[in-house]
Design a protein around this ligand. Structure first.
Ligand SMILES: CCCCC/C=C\C/C=C\C/C=C\C/C=C\CCCC(=O)SCCNC(=O)CCNC(=O)[C@H](O)C(C)(C)COP(=O)(O)OP(=O)(O)OC[C@H]1O[C@@H](n2cnc3c(N)ncnc32)[C@H](O)[C@@H]1OP(=O)(O)O
Length: 249
């Protein structure tokens, strides 16, 4: 083990708190215009695929919102400083810890076949299509989520477990962005109206309060114009030392 746990923490934090370029990952810009986002097909690229970039399955509403938040994102100057917008797009990989840390030092918890739950359906548009934008100053995140046909629960609508997964992901991203490695301790969800399969929704989350290692976060899932409330949730995250996972979680 040539790199200690301190390095791992920095790696995980860099994944969650920096644009792709600074973390040395993925697409060369955390916020790109649709005109410049054309990337090599994944089979021609040695870089891990950033799943939060637009693909051919994204609806026009998803693309519109992506563009709306992208133009409010910070840009990195040539000197390596961040300037500009208050938002940052969080890159998203299917093997987050591996790509965040170099991957060789966590053989106990990184299994070669393990993939992030929300990013293990490669067929564009079939599963969880989403992108998370974070506003660290305001301690909130917005996720644009398009639910694919493999997420069906009630006929024609999204499975409640899939919605819960997305809520956990977005609230967890905010908690991790603010304080590094975290585990969900508690998640309370009220389902108010079903989400039609294929539709695009907004998942908005913000920090309510914090107390030592605890972060209390709330979340709302709405239609993109805000007129329909689909789901409300609150979550509690606890900061952990990564050795917690090595000891069996
Ligand atoms: C996953 C970590 C890796 C790093 C992640 C970061 C970045 C990764 C990068 C990209 C990923 C992108 C996005 C994130 C995506 C998904 C997020 C998914 C997250 C999950 O899907 S994660 C799986 C489900 N999650 C579990 O599998 C947890 C199982 N569980 C435990 O691992 C322990 O249970 C733990 C650690 C939670 C606490 O254990 P502990 O020993 O550290 O702390 P302890 O028990 O002493 O409690 C200390 C104080 O918290 C209070 N407290 C505790 N639990 C409470 C509860 N439920 N309700 C109310 N209060 C509670 C106590 O009452 C006490 O309060 P007080 O101090 O005031 O007395």
């Amino acid at each position: 083990m040539t790199r200690g746990l301190g390095g791992l923490f920095r790696g995980v934090q860099s994944l969650t708190s920096l644009p792709a370029t600074r973390a040395g990952l993925g697409h060369p810009s955390a916020c790109v215009s649709l005109r410049t986002m054309v990337a090599l097909p994944s089979f021609l690229s040695f870089e891990p695929r950033d799943f939060s970039l637009p693909n051919s399955s994204w609806s026009s509403e998803m693309l519109r919102l992506y563009e709306q938040y992208s133009i409010q994102c910070e840009v990195e100057t040539e000197g390596g400083e961040n300037r500009g917008g208050q938002w940052q797009r969080l890159p998203s990989y299917n093997r987050s810890l591996k790509y965040a840390t170099g991957g060789n030092y966590l053989s106990k918890i990184i299994q070669s076949k393990a993939r992030l739950f929300t990013r293990n359906i490669r067929d564009p548009g079939a599963g969880f299509e989403y992108v998370v934008f974070a506003n660290k100053e305001e301690k909130r995140c917005v996720c644009i989520f398009q639910a694919g046909h493999r997420l069906e629960g009630p006929p024609g609508h999204v499975h409640g477990g899939a919605t819960a997964t997305m809520i956990d992901t977005v609230t967890g991203s905010l908690a991790a962005l603010l304080s590094g490695p975290v585990m969900t301790a508690n998640l309370n969800i009220n389902y108010r109206s079903a989400i039609p399969l294929g539709s695009t929704v907004l998942i908005e989350t913000s920090l309510d309060s914090e107390e030592g290692r605890k972060k209390f976060i709330s979340c709302k899932v709405t239609s993109t114009d805000g007129s329909k409330l689909h789901t409300e949730a609150t979550a509690l995250f606890l900061s952990i030392n990564i050795s917690h996972l090595l000891q069996g979680g």
